[in-house]
Design a protein. Structure first.
Length: 119
């Protein structure tokens, strides 16, 4: 089971580690890695008061990744050229959230590290 770090906005930048959502445990390694990258991005975008929004958004993300895998799509096809836009669209259903170019770039690098887009 992989671990993600979600930043907390407390003194000393305390970070909480939590296991990847069990809903994606059965997916291939690259899909679990994508979930972790998306989840880390979301955790950084949502503040502590957004904890409920984070959980709901991660549930939506897990369902979307499961569907992409079932449809035979690769992580790259799912994420597209702008993986942050995928997460931002999911996040928009649960919170307004602020955009961050740095966080978006980190997510792009994480998805690119998983592998190139197929298709």
């Amino acid at each position: 089971m992989s671990i993600i770090e979600s930043p907390r906005s407390t003194a000393g930048d305390v970070r909480e580690q939590r296991p990847t959502d069990p809903a994606v445990d059965h997916l291939p390694t690259d899909f679990r890695a994508a979930f972790d990258a998306f989840a880390a991005y979301l955790a950084q975008c949502l503040d502590v008061s957004g904890e409920r929004a984070l959980g709901a958004t991660l549930d939506d993300l897990a369902a979307c990744l499961e569907q992409a895998h079932a449809d035979g799509r690769s992580v790259g096809e799912f994420a597209g050229d702008d993986p942050a836009a995928v997460v931002d669209a999911l996040r928009a259903h649960h919170t307004a959230g602020r955009e961050s170019a740095r966080l978006r770039a980190e997510l792009r690098r994480a998805i690119d590290a998983i592998g190139p887009a197929d298709g």
